[in-house]
Design a protein. Structure first.
Length: 628
């Protein structure tokens, strides 16, 4: 009867089976939920204190693995001029020092390290003296000191040491102002760069290329992670290590052969030399004397050595080639000549008489040749003989300060030269408006006369003077001067980035102006003031001498020479050389001789000594008469 009922009501039977399955599934879910709640209750309430204690006592401790900085090469990219070496860092793990012995250990360690106990206490304040985390107390520790500490380690519980990569500057001398140096990051730097991945203890560039391209050289630090307890004690055997990535290698535009040539030619004379390719803006040599040894910043007594540099009255930390400004003197007459030719305010063939002096107002302005003066001169000979009277008259009566300032700015005087170094001077080009605002005085004709010969308020860096001549070579274009040539992968040595020439300044002056200025600069070499010191049988050059009187040194002048060579070659093959010898040196008019020696060495592939011999300059004395 029941079976017949099921047959007659099959649909209802199927419905009953489904209900049973749903009930069974609901029972399973409810049971699981009850078990889960019970377990959760047990963990959080019954055993809560135990697990909370466990979570507090076990954590991951991550230590930073320093990355090696990228190496730096000269333009030939064969041998590095900056590499990495290893030094030692001394650390203290405070909790490993027995109770009551911290002061004893810190005092003993300070004696080995040559620092005060106060320095150690500053790094390990009282609130950190129960930590199992190692704290660095001194970096750049020499091996001999580590050996002494190791021999007495039983008296120094909690003290340990490890190696750290440091910079090794293979090529030093005048390259120091180009390369710069590195040091431990300061709190002020951390405040500025905190979001760039820098942390306390990071080694960063402090000057030069090291600072300018720190982000490329820095690399990516690695990490070493270990499981530790609440006190920092390691409780795991195998660390989890993420290896560091070395920074990018940099290839500079500097040619170390030419750099050495220029360095030896300048000698121990306070001044600067710039050698650049006008067609690209590449810097082949950049010398500033005096210089310093950047390796001192990796020594144990870095503070005292740095203090010596700061207190040195000759300021060896100053890069005179780009960061110091001087009156450009008669090299400025190149700008005056270009301005006159472009403005056509006076025919270049019209002559002005130089009687050795010029009366103006209540002053007598003396030309550098007093009696009887240069006589009647046109522009070509006025430039060649560097006649002050000619250019005083040109500036005061035909151009005026506004036009002079306009053209000087066009050549880059008073503007950023944009070289890839972190510190540089803009020089200065005065105007009538500036003087009135600055000194509340009216601009006078005498001010215009001073500016016309690169004196008075006019200031320029040796790099700006080199750029001025580069504009003449390039017929109105100055390319951005740069020291970086390539960025390379440190593993594969593949070129990642290659720096391309960039136009910095462009002139709209007439093409004939540049051709004439080039011809006049060549005539200055062959028939003007530098005829003898710039005489060269191998290569023709064009350029301009300059001397600028310095008020604080009586009868003393800065000695300038700026030239380019070969004069008869395409601009792609030419180089510009600008040399400055400061007035603080004993007067010898060395700049034109130095410039010729450098040009000879570059194109004859000769050393300084070979160039001096080839030019017949062996007989030169230290004192030479003033010629301009």
């Amino acid at each position: 009867m029941y079976s017949s009922f099921r047959k007659e009501h099959g649909a209802d039977t199927s419905f009953i089976d489904k209900n049973k399955r749903i009930i069974a599934l609901a029972f399973i879910i409810a049971t699981s939920f009850v078990i889960y709640i019970h377990r959760l209750f047990s963990i959080q309430v019954v055993q809560g204190d135990f697990y909370r204690a466990q979570s507090r006592t076990i954590s991951s401790q991550t230590s930073r693995i320093s990355a090696q900085r990228g190496e730096i090469f000269d333009r030939n990219a064969i041998s590095p001029i900056v590499i990495n070496a290893n030094t030692f860092i001394v650390e203290i793990t405070p909790a490993e020092i027995p109770a009551g012995y911290y002061d004893t250990v810190a005092t003993r360690l300070s004696q080995y390290l040559g620092i005060s106990k106060f320095d150690i206490d500053a790094r390990i304040p009282s609130e950190r003296r129960k930590s199992y985390t190692a704290i660095a107390v001194k970096t750049n520790v020499p091996f001999e000191t580590i050996a002494n500490i190791a021999e007495n380690c039983t008296d120094l519980p909690g003290v340990s040491w490890s190696s750290r990569p440091i910079r090794n500057y293979i090529e030093t001398g005048s390259l120091s102002h180009i390369i710069g140096y590195v040091g431990e990051i300061t709190q002020e730097e951390i405040n500025v760069m905190y979001n760039q991945g820098y942390t306390r203890g990071s080694i960063v560039g402090k000057a030069g290329i090291e600072k300018q391209y720190d982000a490329l050289l820095q690399g990516v630090p690695g990490n070493e992670s270990r499981t530790v307890d609440v006190y920092g004690r390691i409780i795991s055997d195998a660390p989890l290590i993420t290896p560091p990535q070395m920074g990018k290698n940099l290839v500079l535009t500097i040619d170390t052969r030419i750099q050495t040539l220029a360095e030896k030619t300048l000698g121990e004379r306070i001044g600067a030399v710039v050698v650049l390719r006008p067609a690209t803006g590449e810097i082949l040599a950049l010398v500033s004397y005096p210089y310093y040894d950047p390796n001192i910043f990796s020594t144990a007594d870095v503070s005292s050595e740095y203090l010596k540099l700061v207190e040195n009255p000759d300021n060896p930390l100053l890069n005179r080639a780009v960061a110091a400004s001087y009156p450009p003197g008669s090299t400025f007459k190149i700008i005056m000549a270009a301005a006159m030719l472009n403005e056509k305010t006076l025919s270049p063939f019209e002559k002005i008489e130089c009687a050795g002096k010029l009366d103006y107002g209540d002053r007598i302005f003396h030309c550098h040749i007093h009696e009887p003066g240069h006589g009647w001169l046109d522009l070509k000979n006025g430039l060649a003989q560097s006649c002050d009277v000619y250019f005083w008259t040109l500036g005061r009566d035909y151009l005026g300060i506004d036009k002079i300032a306009k053209y000087a700015t066009l050549f880059g005087i008073g503007k950023n030269a944009a070289i890839d170094l972190p510190s540089q001077s803009r020089g200065f080009m005065p105007t009538a408006e500036w003087k009135e605002r600055r000194y509340h005085e009216r601009w006078l004709g005498g001010d215009t006369m001073s500016a016309s010969i690169g004196q008075g308020y006019v200031l320029a860096t040796p790099l700006q003077v080199a750029n001025m001549m580069a504009m003449v070579c390039n017929s109105g274009i100055v390319y951005k001067p740069h020291l970086l040539k390539e960025v390379r992968d440190p593993v594969t040595n593949d070129v990642i980035e290659e720096v391309q020439p960039q136009v910095l300044f462009r002139s709209d002056m007439l093409p004939d102006v540049w051709k004439t200025v080039q011809e006049y600069c060549r005539y200055t070499i062959t028939s003007g003031t530098p005829e003898y010191p710039m005489r060269n049988r191998l290569v023709q050059s064009a350029g301009k001498t300059g001397t600028s009187e310095v008020a604080q040194y009586k009868d003393s002048w800065h000695s300038w020479m700026v030239a380019y060579a070969p004069y008869d070659a395409p601009v792609e093959e030419q180089v510009v050389v600008a040399t400055l010898v400061e007035a603080v040196n004993e007067w010898e008019w060395w700049a034109p001789y130095a410039t010729n020696i450098i040009i000879q060495g570059i194109f004859a592939n000769q050393t300084y000594e070979e160039s001096v011999s080839a030019l017949g300059f062996n007989h030169l004395t230290q004192n030479k008469r003033r010629m301009e």
